[in-house]
Write a protein that binds this ligand. Structure first.
Ligand SMILES: NC(=O)c1ccc[n+]([C@@H]2O[C@H](COP(=O)([O-])OP(=O)(O)OC[C@H]3O[C@@H](n4cnc5c(N)ncnc54)[C@H](O)[C@@H]3O)[C@@H](O)[C@H]2O)c1
Length: 434
């Protein structure tokens, strides 16, 4: 047995702050409230529902993850955030239209009491939204300081022992990293100079890390995927993770592609298209915002299939991803995939997937798990990129030079083995001996 980590207890209240109180955040909060009132089980949450095998099969030790590692209890969570449009979590949930009135009515007063703070918002990054509940502060350094004040006040007013932040805000316009992102010093100067290359999500991340609050990014924005944030998270000893919640079509892709590769079946093309009618779909209707999403979605196949290692099977793939904004569908996205594979003697075959999913229903448990695991990581002394949480992310950030794993099943093994190691248990290798 390895020696267990010294992990601080999960005592007191954990504040979960979400920049963005839209469909995903309101569905997440509503689900946690429903679960703690015993109205519905937290389906889809690994922290709440999954078990973890310990030791050899014969030992028959298989506790729930939440009984194995010291996680915050659902009853100890307090919710807060920022949004330039939503007046409170109940209105956000009603606008999103994800949950039925009958599900909302039993928890409506709690939801109504969750009022977001005024946002740091700039329409240049989300052209389709017109923010009204926005901080009236022009300078980016001053915006960061105002967010730091918000965080400290929230911590105090809600008597929180610890905080975590999960970006549930809109996808920002596409950008490449630039010189202002190279170091903390350059970034801080950029804040003071109102540098155009600093987006609102980066200002939230900076404020969080300066307050020692772990930050996970659920959108494809750069946010913490830039050298200055990695440097800051390491020097302050705070975990970060990103980016883009792995739901819907990409979840399917990371389930199917490892299967083709495991059986050495070839892939010639993968055409993915979606219709989506929620506010996220509207934001992504702008080509600059869609580009952020497209880049995040396209990276998945190459990392799983390793075309350099298997040129005969995966050397020539046409991978196309489209999202079309189609209001009648609301949050109930429909994702179609046409997959052209080939087998023995090169004979072609096709697979069609039509996934009628509910985007926020798939994303909400990810927000919960990221919040709880980021808090655990912080208490376990972790800092910097938490690659073991790649399981939840579409374009996972790597902790080192080598790209992060994309195969969902390898990611799951990595997540569980990380927990085992922290608790002083042997990793499970699934070899014939174990
Ligand atoms: N639903 C999913 O399955 C899924 C999957 C992967 C990623 N995401 C990402 O998660 C994010 C949230 O998705 P959603 O469906 O809840 O979208 P949404 O449009 O319903 O909610 C986003 C909220 O963010 C707010 N916002 C925009 N800029 C902000 C800022 N600067 N500060 C604070 N708030 C800001 C908007 O006003 C809006 O209320 C999006 O970026 C989306 O791309 C969602």
């Amino acid at each position: 047995m390895t020696s267990p980590r010294d992990i601080a207890p999960a005592s007191g209240r954990l504040g979960v702050l979400t920049p963005g109180l839209g469909a995903v955040a309101s569905t997440f909060i509503a689900g946690v409230i429903a679960a703690r009132q015993g109205l519905q089980p937290p389906i889809g949450s690994i922290t709440q529902m999954a078990h973890i095998r310990l030791g050899s099969k014969e030992e028959d030790r298989n506790p729930r993850i939440r009984e194995f590692v010291p996680l915050a209890e659902l009853d100890d969570l307090v919710f807060g955030g920022w949004d330039p449009i939503s007046p409170n979590a109940l209105e956000a949930a009603r606008t999103a239209g994800v949950l039925n009135d009958s599900d909302l009515s039993t928890i409506s007063s709690e939801l109504e009491g969750i009022v977001p703070m005024d946002a740091v918002f700039d329409q240049r990054w989300v052209s389709k939204l017109d923010g009204v509940r926005v901080k009236d502060i022009a300078n980016k350094w001053d915006q960061a300081m105002a967010l730091i004040d918000d965080i400290n006040l929230f911590r105090e007013e809600n008597d929180c022992d610890r905080l975590v932040m999960v970006w549930c805000g809109s996808t920002e316009a596409y950008q490449e990293p630039s010189a202002v992102h190279d170091s903390v010093a350059a970034f801080e100067q950029g804040l003071k100079d109102n540098d155009d290359n600093i987006s609102p999500s980066q200002i939230y991340a900076y404020a969080a890390l300066q307050c020692d609050v772990p930050f996970a990014n659920g959108a494809p924005n750069l946010t913490v995927d830039i050298p200055c944030m990695i440097e800051l998270s390491e020097t302050r000893g705070v975990p970060i993770a990103g980016k883009d919640f792995k739901t819907g079509q990409t979840l399917m892709k990371t389930l199917l592609a490892p299967g083709f590769k495991a059986r050495m079946l070839g892939l010639r093309g993968w055409y993915s298209t979606n219709i989506l009618g929620n506010r996220d779909g509207e934001v992504l209707d702008d080509p600059e915002n869609f580009k952020s999403k497209e880049v995040s979605k396209l990276g998945v196949l190459d990392t799983i299939l390793q075309p350099e290692t298997y040129p005969d099977l995966y050397g020539e793939i046409d991978h196309v991803v489209r999202i079309n904004y189609y209001p009648p569908r609301g949050d109930n996205k429909e994702g179609w995939d046409n997959i052209d594979i080939f087998g023995w003697l090169g004979y072609p075959m096709q697979i069609k997937v039509d996934f009628l999913c509910r985007d926020s229903i798939l994303a909400a448990p990810i927000v919960l798990d990221l919040a709880l695991f980021m808090d655990l990581a912080h208490r376990a002394g972790e800092a910097g990129v938490q690659e073991w949480l790649s399981f939840y992310l579409k374009a996972p950030q790597a902790a080192g030079e080598v790209e992060a794993e994309q195969d969902l099943f390898i990611q799951q093994t990595k997540l569980k083995n990380t927990l085992r190691e922290w608790m002083g248990e042997e990793p499970v290798t699934h070899s014939e001996a174990g």
